[in-house]
Design a protein around this ligand. Structure first.
Ligand code: HEM
Length: 210
């Protein structure tokens, strides 16, 4: 059986029901914004708007989905920020990310509940939610703002989209194919002990000692 498979006996809780509701509500809202945003910004991809409920509807829903994403991200921040503080070990993990990609976990500091890459992604999500919200408000109600400021808001919105979008593509890959077994923690709340011991050994030991 592959290391990291969840079909191993002995499961431990990784995410509470509230963690999972917050994650999936924010994820669905983010992905709606992501695809409708591409459809709105690039005429070549306007067919995405048809798939997402029609041009007028998708343009109306996009900012509201952004509000849902921002609120979800604030709540995730309140719930998870304590676990996401970057330590010197996380920085060492990030500088040796090549070893992680080649599966040489023994060359890396032992990961706690989240590894350095996951923590970095969490901060990208928290900060991007803030920047999307700020710039989005100016773009939603342009008549209330100076024209120059609205133009800067469009630039900020686009740059945030590029950074958060690129990180999210990597995140979805890692959460599904890249790290087999991860997804079960975010669906049913539990992961196998084997998975935890392999991917998050420090966290596994902490949980066992509780
Ligand atoms: C289909 C899309 C997605 C899948 C399959 C997915 C999957 C996952 C999984 C499996 C985890 C837990 C990883 C672990 O236990 O170590 C996780 C964590 C997380 N997800 Fe997602 N996710 C998706 C979309 C998103 C989106 C769009 C956001 C942003 C709003 C997001 C934000 C986070 C954050 C901040 C964490 C905690 C840090 C981390 O583990 O990277 N996810 N996700």
């Amino acid at each position: 059986m592959a290391v990291g498979s969840t079909k191993f006996p002995g499961e431990i809780e990784r995410f509470s029901a509230l963690d999972r509701i917050l994650h999936w509500a924010s994820a669905v809202a983010f992905l709606y914004c992501f695809f409708s945003g591409i459809g709105i910004a690039y005429p070549k991809f306007s067919w995405l708007l048809t798939v997402l409920g029609g041009g007028e509807f998708a343009r109306w829903l996009h900012p509201w989905a952004g509000v849902v994403f921002s609120i979800g991200a604030i709540l995730m921040f309140l719930k998870w920020a304590r676990n996401m503080v970057l330590t010197s070990e996380d920085i060492a993990f990030l500088t040796r990310i090549k070893a992680y990609i080649s599966g040489k976990h023994e060359e890396l500091p032992e990961a706690g509940k989240f590894n350095g890459g996951q923590k970095l992604y969490a901060w990208v999500v928290f900060i991007s939610a803030f920047l999307f919200f700020l710039s989005g408000i100016a773009m939603w109600f342009p008549e209330n703002f100076d024209v120059g400021l609205v133009r800067w808001a469009v630039v900020l919105h686009t740059l945030t989209f590029i950074v958060a979008g690129a990180f999210t593509v990597i995140h979805i890959y890692m959460g599904t194919i890249g790290v087999p077994g991860s997804i079960w923690g975010m669906i049913g709340g539990k992961v196998s002990s084997t998975w935890a011991k392999f991917h998050h050994p420090k966290w596994y030991k902490e949980v066992r000692e509780r």
